[in-house]
Design a protein around this ligand. Structure first.
Ligand code: G6P
Length: 368
């Protein structure tokens, strides 16, 4: 086991640090001369483009990856994208039609809830697409078509490198499905250029390891941690909070910043730590106003912003700031989750819990 971990103490740490490589592998052979080629979808592309709706379905981290890719999928394809947590889709017997494309996202390809939702969608005649890390898995076999994320074997129960590779694959899917639209050509070219540079940027953000350890040290005895995000980074808030609760065994909630004034604001005081994701994109000015409102209530803030923006997001120097490299908007969630993964990792180690095998959890939940 130690040999497999290499120079790292835990699989989770190893897998976090593998991300520049896993992302490179995920993209390998799929970005040629500014065009995205996804062999697994080729024969079904006409049907996907004609679908009335795309439904993203998954559980846990895989659901969050789909949520992160949703805005760009809608923007580049002009097809409405809805989200389903697999168990909830089954509980509600959600409406699904043969004009739908149902995209099932699962690292293992064996999660019972996701596979049951797949059976359900197949029965209703939808085109079923798989996004998985496991070649030969049930998901890969039973879907009509799909894309392997090629993140490499993930052993830590908390998913890290699979999450970022899932997002990259779904961004590539959005590029491929939307590649017939002239109106978005410049945007697509910018995203492809961003994908090419992404592993290097991920390498840069991993340098925050020491800073995240120090932040973890300052949060070690807290009962609770909130994370606010919106737009492209709503998923980052949910996934960051999931990482903290599943491995560090600390209560943590990710929240849509737009909903803050509808309830969560009541929780704000000078003690409860709140991470606000305020990197540059269309939502930046709205997040600046969220920060002001939290300051006005003496909130204890930790603000994640783009490099060089510290004085903008925190003019009085009262909050802790995490500066991350800026990338094209739809890829920013990949950069932003990495400090959160590191924070969850260090919190876990400092609190003395099992990083790779958190209590009560399994890597793959194969029962309902
Ligand atoms: C379990 C794991 C999570 C994972 C979820 C979905 O709950 O503990 O880390 O996100 O299953 O797994 P999947 O293999 O379908 O992505």
């Amino acid at each position: 086991e130690q040999i497999k971990k290499g120079d790292f103490d835990h699989f989770m740490k190893k897998e976090i640090h593998e991300q520049p490589d896993s992302l490179t592998t995920s993209m390998r052979g799929r970005l040629k001369d500014g065009v995205v080629g996804l062999g697994g979808l080729k024969d079904h592309m006409r049907t996907i483009r004609r679908s009335r709706r795309i439904i993203f379905i998954g559980c846990g981290t895989s659901y969050h990856a789909a949520l992160a890719a949703r805005p760009i999928m809608e923007e580049l394809t002009d097809i409405p994208v809805t989200m389903e947590i697999a168990s909830d889709m089954l509980d509600r017997k959600a409406l699904i039609f043969k004009e739908d494309t149902a995209v099932f996202v699962s690292q293992s390809g064996e999660t019972a809830d996701t596979l049951l939702a797949l059976e359900y969608a197949l029965q209703h005649g939808a085109l079923c697409v798989g996004v998985t890390n496991t070649v030969g898995s049930t998901l890969a076999r039973k879907t009509h078509c799909g894309v392997h994320i090629n993140a490499g074997c993930e052993i830590g129960v908390a998913s890290t490198k699979a999450y970022t590779c899932q997002i990259v694959v779904m961004v590539m899917m959005a590029l491929a499905i939307g590649s017939d639209k002239m109106s978005t050509l410049a945007q697509r070219e910018a995203i492809i250029a961003g994908l090419t540079k992404l592993p290097e940027k991920v390498h840069d953000v991993l340098k925050l390891d020491g800073e995240m350890k120090a932040l973890a040290q300052s949060l070690i005895d807290e009962q609770s941690l909130l994370m606010f995000g919106r737009g492209n980074n709503y998923a980052t808030a949910l996934e960051g909070a999931l990482k903290v609760k599943e491995v560090a065994l600390m209560h943590s909630e990710g929240m849509l910043a737009g909903e803050m004034k509808h309830g969560p604001l009541a929780l704000v005081d000078e003690y409860l730590p709140i991470i606000v994701i305020a990197t540059r994109d269309d939502s930046f000015s709205k997040q600046q106003s969220v920060i002001q409102q939290l300051h006005a209530r003496k909130g204890r803030l930790i603000v994640m912003c783009s490099e060089g923006d510290a004085s903008l997001v925190c003019p009085d120097g009262r909050s802790r700031v995490i500066e991350v490299p800026r990338v094209v908007d739809c890829l920013q969630p990949i950069i932003n989750i990495i400090p959160m993964q590191l924070l969850a990792y260090h919190l876990t180690v400092l609190r003395g819990y099992n990083v790779d095998q958190p209590r009560n959890l399994a890597k793959s939940v194969t029962t309902q």
